[in-house]
Design a protein around this ligand. Structure first.
Ligand code: SF4
Ligand code: SF4
Length: 158
C-alpha cells in the first residue's frame, strides 16, 4: 500500500522543529563563544581537516594558534569542535601542509570564500580590497560629477 502523504500540519510541525533546532544550535554556539571573548563575524562556514595529509604528531601548530580552542588533539589526530570555530583562518595560515585544512565561509553580504593555503588568503584579501577601492573610487566619481553639474547649473543661471 502506498505511504500516506504527510498532512500540511505535519509538514508545518517538521519545519518548526527544524527552525527551533537551528535556533538552539545558534544559541549554544553563542554561549560557547561568549566564554572565549572571540567575535563571530561570519554568517556561516565549514572547516575540514584532512587527516591523511596532516603531520600532526610532529606539528600541532594549528591547535596552538586557534583563538577559540576549537582544535584539539585526540586519538592521534587533530579534531575540531564545530561550535567553536569562527572560520578565522589562523589555523590555515600556520599549517605547514597546503590544503590540509580547508575553510569555506560566508559573509553577511552573502559573499563566500574558500581557502586552504596562505596564497588563497592573500588572493581573497586582495580581491576584497580591490572591490573596496573600486567602490570608493566609484562613490567619489558620483560626488564629483554631481558637484560639477551643480557648479555648471549655477554658472548657466547667472
Ligand atoms: S597545522 Fe596542519 S599539519 Fe600541523 S597539525 Fe594542524 S592540520 Fe596537521
Ligand atoms: S578557523 Fe581554525 S583557527 Fe580559526 S577558529 Fe576555526 S579552527 Fe580555530
Amino acid at each position: 500500500m502506498p505511504a500516506k502523504p504527510p498532512s500540511i500540519f505535519e509538514l508545518m510541525n517538521e519545519e518548526e522543529e527544524a527552525v527551533s533546532e537551528e535556533e538552539e544550535k545558534k544559541a549554544r554556539r553563542q554561549e560557547l563563544l561568549a566564554l572565549t571573548g572571540v567575535k563571530d563575524i561570519f554568517k556561516d562556514g565549514k572547516t575540514t581537516i584532512n587527516k591523511f595529509t596532516c603531520v600532526g604528531a610532529q606539528c600541532r601548530l594549528c591547535i596552538n594558534v586557534c583563538p577559540t580552542n576549537a582544535l584539539y588533539w585526540s586519538g592521534g589526530e587533530v579534531g575540531i569542535i564545530d561550535d567553536l570555530c569562527v572560520y578565522c583562518g589562523a589555523c590555515v595560515t600556520n599549517c605547514m601542509v597546503d590544503n590540509c585544512i580547508k575553510i569555506e565561509r560566508a559573509r553577511d553580504s552573502g559573499k563566500t570564500e574558500k581557502f586552504g593555503k596562505v596564497y588563497d588568503i592573500v588572493k581573497n584579501t586582495e580581491r576584497l580590497n580591490a572591490k573596496k577601492r573600486f567602490d570608493r573610487v566609484k562613490a567619489n566619481a558620483v560626488i564629483q560629477r554631481r558637484l560639477y553639474r551643480e557648479k555648471r547649473n549655477v554658472r548657466l543661471s547667472m
